[in-house]
Unconditional design. Sequence first.
Length: 156
Amino acid sequence: MQVCRNNATDLHEATSELDMLKQARQKRILNLIRAKPIGTQEDLRAHLERTGVPATQSSVSRDLEELGIVKHHGRYALPHANGDSTRGLLSLDVAGDVLVIAKCLPGRASAVAVEIDDAAIPEIVGTLAGEDTIFIAARDQKSQRAAMKKIWEMFG
């Protein structure tokens, strides 16, 4: 009987460790997708490995499914049930060293740009909004990533 209890305890501890690794991996996946354009599971797996998070293609595939990650314009994007949860912001992408491109629901770009401008994010020099796209100018390359992070925090 003691052997059964030890095996059950060992199994429970192993399951808890796997759950913690899975949670850490999924959190890292969300951070990576917010920070940079990733178009394939292999790219995502490689980014995870480079940051010290072990992953297989099948675990990445399951994680994407569980997190509800979607492909938008050929890149993975965070899920949004409707535009209200993000107030119209759909995705962020980099363009060059200082530009961030924000894709929005049709007709919402101007309102999103005003909200970004009103936040007075120090890394952002200015915004230019169209119908569904916003060009966001950052001070420099380092500011570009910081601005993306702060925008996701505002709208995520």
